[in-house]
Design a protein around this ligand. Structure first.
Ligand SMILES: [Zn+2]
Length: 80
């Protein structure tokens, strides 16, 4: 009966591990700003176009003279 007991313990441990992992994942999803870990979906930094006021992601914005623009056309228009 030792083998059955071992299997039972293994099943219980596996279940506990599965439940714990699921619980941890849910707890992390509810508190994305806590823990200091890298969030998979980071909030994109938005910047305002200095010419037309359109908000664009910083990655797509055109930076010039400490200002951000939505396009190179507005950068040129803002500089002029
Ligand atoms: Zn613009």
């Amino acid at each position: 009966m030792t083998l059955i007991r071992l299997i039972a313990i293994a099943v219980v441990l596996w279940l506990a591990w599965t439940i714990l992992r699921r619980w941890l994942a849910r707890a992390r999803a509810h508190r994305p700003l806590r823990g200091g870990g890298h969030a998979p979906r980071q909030v994109e930094q938005m910047v305002r176009c200095a010419h037309c006021g359109l908000h664009v992601p910083e990655k797509e914005a055109v930076a010039a003279g400490g200002r951000h623009y939505c396009s190179t056309r507005h950068r040129d228009a803002g500089a002029a």
